[in-house]
Design a protein around this ligand. Structure first.
Ligand code: 6GU
Length: 267
């Protein structure tokens, strides 16, 4: 997979040299290029922002450097991929984007080329995205309902979530299988040695050697945790993916099936 990132803070992307992603790059699974937006300015001060049309607080990123930067990304990526008709999907991290979810991560992981446009200040002149959309798919994405100072931290999040789905990046692909089995639920609690630590013992069932019992316990704990911390996720569960034991536990927790959807039971 080819990745291009355009930013005014190239150093912010340094963590992409590390860990899982660093290894994927060295292994040739990921080809990442970071571009400094200021290299596409032509004034002495390398200006990338200006005041908002219509007035108001903050600054907006000027379209000219962005236009040139995205032209350069297109040329660099096509040359690296050896395909002079290839186009990237342009990911634009913004709090105004559609939510970045695990499903979105899977979609992006299926693409050969992603380009990221990191905005700072109040955002990028809208015409940049309109112009880009004439040449490539554009995906404004938000990583959550809070405001970051810029898109760089969001790019780290998206790249990490996507890269670990690529074949050969995660050491044990079983981790991904288990993840999809428990789709829509939070993770169950995990333990390791020692068997007792500060007077707290690992739940006995986990040393029973009974795999079915362990699997059932983990499923129950995942359901309990999800109902407690993320009731919104319980409402979105597909009942077709639940067995009788799941439904019995949810019933104990005050959830019932109504018109084929899980709802909190009336007290
Ligand atoms: Cl993806 N980018 C920025 N700049 N702020 C955000 C965000 C993304 N998601 C939440 N806040």
């Amino acid at each position: 997979m080819r990745l291009d990132v355009v930013t005014i803070f190239p150093e912010y992307l340094a963590p992409l040299d590390l860990s899982l992603i660093g290894r994927a790059r060295r292994d040739g699974v990921l080809d990442l290029a970071v571009h400094d937006l200021r290299d596409f300015t032509h004034d002495r001060h390398r200006t990338v922002d200006d005041s908002p049309a219509g007035g108001g607080a903050g600054m907006v990123m000027r379209p000219e450097p962005w236009g040139e930067a995205l032209d350069a990304v297109l040329a660099a990526g096509r040359s690296a991929l050896g395909d002079d008709t290839a186009v990237p999907t342009l990911v634009v991290p913004t709090p105004s984007g559609t939510p970045f979810t695990q499903a979105a991560a899977h979609e992006l992981a299926g693409l050969p080329w992603l380009a990221f446009a990191c905005g700072r200040y109040e955002g990028i002149d809208e015409r940049v995205l309109e112009d880009a959309a004439e040449r490539m798919p554009v995906r404004p994405l938000s990583i959550g309902d809070y405001v970051l100072g810029g898109g760089e931290a969001a790019v780290l999040v998206v790249v990490e979530a996507v890269a670990r789905l690529l074949p050969g990046v995660v050491g044990n692909p079983e981790s991904l299988v288990e993840e999809s089995h428990a789709a829509g639920l939070l993770e169950y609690p995990v333990y390791t040695r020692p068997a007792t630590w500060r007077g707290r013992s690992v739940p006995e069932v986990l040393s029973s050697g009974n795999h079915a019992l362990v699997a059932r316990w983990r499923r129950d704990e995942a359901l309990r945790r999800t109902a407690r911390r993320r009731p919104d996720l319980v409402e979105r569960l597909d009942p077709a993916g639940l067995d009788a034991a799941d439904l019995a536990l949810l019933d104990d927790l005050g959830w019932v099936l109504e018109h084929g959807r899980l709802c909190r039971a009336e007290p």
